[in-house]
Design a binder for this molecule. Structure first.
Ligand code: PEP
Length: 249
């Protein structure tokens, strides 16, 4: 049985006081919750939120990580810097990193391998642009991003990997993929993982959907066979909406 995994990506929002306050509200709301939950504040609020989350089951995530352990890498953050703060999950290959900051599959793969080496769980984001969808190559693009992103990742390490399918045209735009369209790509990703690893690894892999997830489309998405969780951006920024999403029926 795959455990439902719902993650909130706060992007470049919230100062330390706001972040601590939101984390505090979530702790009380999710005290009896069985689902796996993660929040990823900006780097500047990680230490503060780590303190607030102590003793709770909510996981602390980071939104990105550099591809090196240390050295002359101005502006980068190493895996050790994250784990030292209590971060246990890192989001890699988010579409804003790929398309706004030019991160390619080779760089993302280096980050994936380094994060896994340091026992971080990863959420590897993949997804096609609108242009790629209109050209009918969404499946190829996503398959390629999964294959390249996971190069060198062992079957054992796959237990630390969540894949997030996030069609770029649905992120922050208010447009959601239909549950059926999303599930088609999720099914394809699971099939690919079965081919790359094994039936067991593919069937156990958690695949999240992301892209304008809101309380009112959560249940429909989560009812699909191959959608095991959600990566939520805008709607994770207020306690009310994120709590409704996590507690969907
Ligand atoms: C995201 O940041 O990964 C995301 C899916 O954003 P939104 O939910 O705002 O579309």
């Amino acid at each position: 049985m795959r455990k439902v995994f719902i993650a909130g990506n706060w992007k470049m929002h919230k100062n330390r006081v706001e972040a601590a306050s939101l984390a505090g509200e979530l702790i009380s709301a999710f005290s009896g919750e069985k689902k796996k939950i993660m929040i990823a504040p900006p780097f500047t609020a990680l230490a503060t939120v780590a303190e607030v989350l102590k003793g709770s089951k909510i996981l602390l995530g980071a939104q990105n990580m550099g591809p090196e352990e240390k050295g002359a890498h101005t502006g980068e953050i190493s895996p050790q810097m994250l784990t030292e703060l209590g971060v246990s999950v890192v989001i890699l290959g988010h579409s804003e990193r790929r398309h706004v900051y030019g991160e390619g599959d080779e760089l993302i793969n280096r980050k994936v391998l380094l994060a896994l080496k340091h026992n971080l769980e990863i959420i590897l984001c993949v997804g096609e642009t609108l242009d790629e969808r209109e050209k009918d190559i969404a499946a190829q693009v996503v398959e390629n991003q999964v294959v390249e992103g996971l190069k060198g990742v062992s079957e054992k390490a796959m237990k630390q990997v969540t894949i997030a399918y996030e069609p770029v045209w649905a992120i922050g735009t208010g447009r959601t993929a239909t549950a059926g369209d999303a599930d088609t790509i999720h099914t394809l990703i699971r099939g690919l993982l079965i081919r790359l690893y094994s039936k067991k690894a593919g069937e156990e892999a958690v695949i999240q959907y992301g892209g304008s997830v809101k309380p009112d489309n959560t249940a429909e998405l989560m009812n699909m066979e191959n959608i095991d969780g959600l990566l939520v951006g805008g709607a994770s920024l207020t306690a009310d909406t994120f709590i409704k999403i996590v507690k969907y029926e």
